[in-house]
Design a protein. Structure first.
Length: 662
């Protein structure tokens, strides 16, 4: 029976009870973290291959096995399900020994929000919403903005935010875009839904590469308007034809009108791989993108192609084309064709192949050349950065007399205003790079008044309390009770916070301050029994002096070395993060005070009022007529809100009309 119905955990030795079925397997380290995820047609054969002659294994595989302590597996029904499961586990857990996408460039897409009653068009990056129509990706956002600006005169779809659209709909007046003919005015019902749908379809077809069909429709409409002697309307259609032709000039023609396919060129070396993708629709290049993969595990070229296909098509908002031409065909070609066919919205059969001659082979060679150039640029850039980071970490280990290089540094800072809104921040640096996904911020609650030491002690205790000491007296069962992956997620009970929130044990805890903050850190670490597990240091702002436990004088670090620059970077980031959180809390408190104590205005109505106007400042600047449009508020509550926000105006309105003395 397929699925997560059972997870087997074994001590890391040659297994004897692994089933001979498809599935996914995960190697786990001693702290319960998933460090590698793989898939197999036969779990028994694949997992068993890791326990051959140790010296014959690849160096990275040996390193993974040295780190691992146990292995788990999940059985499924088919190879396709195994691939999907492997992809989802890698995406969720980001194992350190799996191939990683390291090119963090976010390409712009053009989106039409088809899920809205009146769809809007915009340019977005990052997360995608199901049901919307996406086009791209584009290399440069300014190019697509230019094309969109041209086409809005022919297809005047709204570009305003939902809040702005709702506001103008309530007041019954359109915005400036309607006056300059770049919006059809759906907020005032100036266009029918059928006509608006034709506009959205026309704009989408242009960006989808089907400009010829749009031009034919506009020409037919122009001729019909001319025959009816509606010459102004005919002139608009004529201008629309010119706009479509101008916008489609940037789409390079590489095929016939009925062709749609993707070209994927891959170039790799021992450590990394680069891929360049051309999206061809209706014979035109409608999008292109590039990506860099880090080969943490040894991979053949065909296996690299599999990872590239997973990255491109298992998380895309675009319709997958029926043909994909790639420089290296995956080892399990049929499985990947079935997988991508199942992911296609239209369920069309998808083929993956490598062209041997002709125009498509020329395009593929061009994509491979571009991938090679991209890999060279990335390698040169990373070489400079990596050398500087490696040197800084080595210097820190030497100058601070650490047991090992601080591959993970956590820095803590406090922020407050005369003892109010006390907050703390924790920022993380891994391998010399800031890792924002691991940042944490804290509200300090147990400290009264101006007490930096007490606040630091509270934050460190709350954070470091998630680590357990390396105590040999603890039994294996006691350790596994705190390990998040020792049981299936649905079996977890109790209020214990899982250890996964502490992604990796920090090699160095850095405190913003001097000897006082360091003393607080030493005390907290001793109370938690973590003295042997954690290294502490404090960085004083005045002279950039670094203090360490057991040393009365600051550590001798040259002023111009890479190590001090790295410490300054993480300290300044912790300071910025703490101040940002403090300002946010202070702003919320000031906003809440302004709308407090208004009879009839509870938390839900208060929140709805702020959402309606966008902010407290916009609410204060709103006219009385705009406030009266909030008919979901009783009249007496609207009067009370106006009185609280405009006390002088309210007093003037209610002043008795006394006659003048002269």
């Amino acid at each position: 029976m397929p699925g997560r119905h059972v997870i087997n955990i074994i001590v890391l030795k040659k297994p004897t009870d692994i089933p001979d079925v498809p599935g996914s397997y995960q190697f786990i380290d001693k702290e319960g973290r998933i460090i590698y995820v793989g898939k197999a047609k036969s779990l028994k054969n694949r997992v068993g291959s890791y326990f051959q002659d140790y010296q014959s294994l690849h160096i990275r595989t040996r390193q993974m096995l040295q780190t691992a302590e146990s292995v788990e597996w999940i059985t499924v029904r088919s190879d396709t399900e195994a691939t999907l499961l492997e992809y989802s586990l890698i995406k969720h857990y980001k194992p350190r020994f799996n191939v990683r996408l390291i090119d963090d460039k976010s390409y712009p897409y053009l989106v039409i929000t088809m899920s809205d009653e009146w769809p809007r068009v915009s340019i977005v990056r990052g997360a995608f919403t199901k049901g919307n129509r996406y086009f791209g990706p584009f290399v440069h956002s300014y190019a697509v903005r230019k094309s969109l600006d041209i086409l809005l005169r022919s297809f005047p779809i709204r570009t305003c935010s939902d809040n702005k659209f709702s506001r103008h709909k309530k007041i019954g007046k359109p915005c400036l875009l309607y006056d300059i003919e770049k919006c059809a005015g759906p907020c005032i019902d100036a266009v029918t839904k059928s006509d608006y749908k034709q506009m959205t379809d026309g704009l989408g077809n242009v960006f989808d590469g089907n400009a010829k069909q749009v031009i034919k429709q506009l020409e037919a409409s122009m001729q019909q308007a001319s025959a009816n002697q509606e010459f102004e309307l005919a002139a608009k259609f004529r201008d629309g034809i010119e706009a479509v032709k101008l916008a489609s000039q940037d789409q390079e023609i590489v095929g016939t009108d009925n062709e749609e396919f993707d070209i994927v060129g891959i170039k790799d070396d021992e450590l990394e791989a680069a891929a360049q993708v051309l999206h061809i629709r209706w014979g035109r290049v409608v999008g292109r993108q590039g990506l860099i993969l880090e080969k943490v595990e040894p991979l053949k070229k065909e296996e690299v192609a599999q990872k590239v296909l997973e990255t491109l098509y298992l998380n895309t908002p675009l319709e997958i084309p029926t043909e994909i031409f790639i420089s290296h065909v995956p080892t399990d070609k049929i499985t990947y064709e079935e997988l991508l066919t199942s992911q296609s919205e239209k369920k069309r059969k998808i083929t993956i192949r490598r062209p041997e001659r002709g125009r498509k082979r020329t395009l593929l060679d061009l994509a491979v050349t571009n991938a090679e150039e991209q890999l060279k640029r990335h390698r040169n850039k990373r070489a400079v950065d990596l050398n500087a980071r490696s040197k800084a970490l080595e210097e820190l280990q030497t100058y601070l007399r650490l047991k090992e290089a601080p591959l993970r540094i956590e820095c803590y800072d406090m922020s407050h205003l005369q003892g109010s809104d006390y907050v703390g921040s924790m920022v993380v640096m891994e391998d010399g790079l800031l890792k924002k996904s691991d940042y944490r911020r804290f509200k300090v609650s147990a400290v009264q008044g101006n007490d930096d030491f007490g606040a630091m002690a509270e934050v460190l205790t709350r954070r470091l309390g998630h680590l357990y000491p390396n105590d040999e007296s603890l039994s294996r069962a006691e350790v596994e009770e705190t390990t998040p992956y020792s049981v299936a997620p649905e079996e977890k009970t109790g209020n214990k916070k899982p250890l996964r929130r502490f992604a990796y044990r920090p090699n160095l805890i850095l405190l913003d301050g001097g000897k006082g903050q360091l003393s607080v850190g030493i005390k907290v670490v001793e109370e938690l029994g973590l003295t042997e597990n954690l290294e502490l240091a404090a960085l004083a702002k005045r002279y950039e002096e670094v203090y360490r436990p057991g040393h009365s004088e600051p550590m001798a670090i040259p002023r111009n070395c890479e190590a001090i620059f790295l410490l300054q970077q993480i300290r300044d980031e912790a300071h910025r993060f703490a101040i940002g959180f403090h300002r946010e809390l202070r702003g919320k408190r000031m906003r809440s005070n302004l709308l407090d104590d208004i009879a009839g205005l509870g938390e839900k109505r208060k929140q709805k009022l702020l959402v309606h106007f966008g902010s407290i400042a916009k609410l204060k600047n709103a006219s009385r007529e705009e406030l009266e449009l909030c008919i979901w508020l009783p009249r007496n509550v609207r009067e009370a809100v106006w009185k609280k926000l405009h006390p002088l105006s309210f007093a003037a309105d209610n002043m008795p009309n006394k006659s003048k003395p002269f």
